[in-house]
Write a protein that binds this ligand. Structure first.
Ligand code: DON
Length: 568
């Protein structure tokens, strides 16, 4: 009976989607969907997803699989997978408890407020993105080891070993990756004193094998010595030596003192679903909760999916939320963040009181509220669920594609350029066009504000969705739209992800949109309301898992990249 009901559910929810199933994916394939009965991993590269699933099949739980997937991504997805960066992980165990692990990078102790300004006060262009000075103290290795030591059930060496082999034997480049590496070739050559493995004499092509021996050796040190294999000893010495080749300021003390932080998740009720997400120093969770709270009172389901009125409502909410972000959000260990006030139902209603259903509000008219009263897509998100229903949503990044493109010589890993996520000067936009002020100013040991939004959704107290995305400032709006597509518009997860997206972030005052999100008539209606529209090739790359009532897992891998759902 359950099987019949499930089939019916799939048929109803997923009708309207068609297309070819992937050939290289494991798990059952129904139409366009990868369905797994036991466990599933959806990540940015087929080899990292396969590694995660193998760990599950060996008896590992979702945290073992997540840690294995993350280390594998550091090898086979150097665009964003990393050991030289940071991120956020949200874990929900099958008994319904959740924990956020914040392994965001930190400003080195020698960082100063105006470190990216010239004498005349102007921003020194490129310094916060292209140089050794752009790197925050990496958090990924500490975060992964912390997560594994608390939740993992397989030995750490078994979990990291597949990544070591992937580095030593090499991984297969996808077509997109060959292109990414080729277009970044000049940066790799210019910014490194020793040629990194990402550069070879000829250009890369799909199917080439990329071997990373120095990275393999670093991963072995992490396998053998745990966090000391990265934050002290040979790896640390190599990193500091790299810093000294230029203007880098990460010191021995910075590395020794880095500690990831366990934080309580934040959540909201949205139409009977519980949305559980990450707190600051990511802005993503608060942004998502504010957005859902702001649109909730409006009958946009009646207005219709991607109707001009619906898009207008969502965009106007986004405009207001990003204005708040610019003023109030930063590292909670340094600034007081009014989380409860910002997500308070009455505050959100009051914030939307200036919403005009027929007219765009100019961003200059929107100031941050009073709660007391051009880019690449290279962060990476993956989702994991194991057979017992433990779930992990993890988003990690080097910030820019390949970070600052600087590879630590003889240690083989790329450095992040996360310092650009600070507000380097009040009102000066970062690489995602985001502006900020005092709350996100640079201070020694402080974490730069993030937009990463790994999220878990419960339905009737049971695990329902595991979701997240890369995309800088577009991360929370991408997650927001997919959640709304599923909950309000009844879409299956793949259709919800495939649907076109749009994005507004207060400043600059325009709507970015994908071409399948807004048709010509809708575009004209939005323009008549006063919106400026700008086409963008893609917005976000959502990797999600939806859990069906009988426990089957449906993979949602974003076709905007080489994302792959694997299950068993
Ligand atoms: O933490 C953040 O919000 C950014 N450093 C994320 C960067 C990103 O998503 C890059 N592109 N997709």
């Amino acid at each position: 009976m359950t099987r019949i009901l499930t089939s019916l559910f799939i048929l109803i929810v997923f009708s309207g989607c068609s297309g070819k199933s992937g050939t290289e994916k494991s798990g059952f394939v129904r139409g366009d969907f990868i369905i797994a009965q036991h466990g599933m991993v959806v990540s940015a590269h087929p080899q990292s997803s396969a590694i995660g699933v193998k760990i599950l099949q060996k008896g590992g739980n979702s945290v073992d699989a997540a840690v294995a997937t993350a280390f594998a991504l550091a090898v086979c997805y150097p665009e964003a997978g990393n050991i030289g960066g940071g991120g956020f992980m949200i874990i929900r165990t099958s008994n319904g408890k959740s924990e956020v692990i914040d392994f965001r990078e930190k400003a080195p102790f020698n960082a100063t407020r105006n470190m990216f300004l010239k004498r005349n006060g102007d921003v020194s262009e490129g310094e916060s993105t292209e140089t050794l000075l752009s790197s925050g103290v990496p958090g990924s290795v500490d975060g992964l080891i912390y997560a594994h030591s608390k939740y993992g059930i397989l030995p750490f060496r078994d979990v990291i070993q597949p990544a070591i082999e992937l580095a030593g034997y090499g991984f297969t480049l996808t077509g997109d990756q060959a292109q990414d590496l080729n277009s970044n070739r000049e940066n790799f050559i210019k910014r490194n004193s020793v040629r990194p493995p990402f550069v070879k004499d000829s250009l890369w092509k799909e199917g080439d094998i990329l071997i990373q021996n120095a990275l393999e050796a670093t991963l072995k040190r992490i396998r053998d010595f745990g966090r000391d294999g990265f934050y002290s000893g040979k790896t640390a010495r190599l990193l500091i030596k790299e810093m000294k080749k230029g203007t880098g300021i990460i010191s021995d003390t910075d590395l020794k003192e880095y500690k990831s932080v366990s934080r309580a998740s934040i959540s909201t009720d949205y139409k009977g679903y519980k949305v559980i997400t990450v707190p600051p120093p990511s802005s993503g969770g608060i942004t998502l909760i504010q957005l859902l709270g702001m649109i909730k009172p409006y009958p946009f389901k009646e207005w219709g999916f991607h109707d001009s009125k619906t898009i207008h409502l969502m965009v106007e909410a986004e405009r207001r939320v990003f204005a708040d972000r610019s003023e109030y959000l930063g590292d909670p260990d340094f600034v007081r963040i009014p989380v409860e006030q910002l997500t308070n139902k009455k505050y959100l209603l009051q914030r939307m009181s200036s919403f005009n259903e027929k007219k765009a509000t100019a961003s200059f008219e929107i100031k941050p509220g009073s709660p007391d009263g051009y880019v690449s897509e290279e962060t990476t998100h993956f989702s994991v669920v194991d057979a017992s229903g433990n779930a992990v949503a993890m988003t990690t990044t080097l910030n820019g594609t390949f970070g600052n493109s600087i590879v630590v010589d003889s240690a083989g890993f790329l450095l992040n350029n996360e310092m650009d996520d600070f507000s380097v000067k009040p009102g000066f936009p970062n690489m995602f066009g985001l502006v900020g002020g005092e709350a996100n100013s640079i201070k020694p040991g402080k974490k730069m504000l993030s937009s990463m939004t790994p999220t878990i959704v419960e339905k009737n107290g049971k695990l329902f969705l595991v979701i997240g995305s890369p995309g800088g400032s577009t991360i929370p709006t991408s997650v927001f739209q997919v959640v709304v597509n599923v909950i309000d518009f009844g879409m299956g997860i793949q259709k919800a992800i495939n649907s076109g997206r749009f994005h507004h972030q207060w400043l600059p005052d325009w709507i970015n949109y994908e071409k399948n999100a807004i048709d010509s008539v809708t575009a004209c209606k939005l323009a008549e309301m006063g919106h400026e529209l700008r086409l963008r090739s893609s917005i976000g790359r959502v990797n999600a898992i939806m859990i069906l009532p009988d426990g089957e897992k449906v993979g949602g891998a974003d076709k905007r990249g080489n994302n792959s759902a694997y299950g068993y």
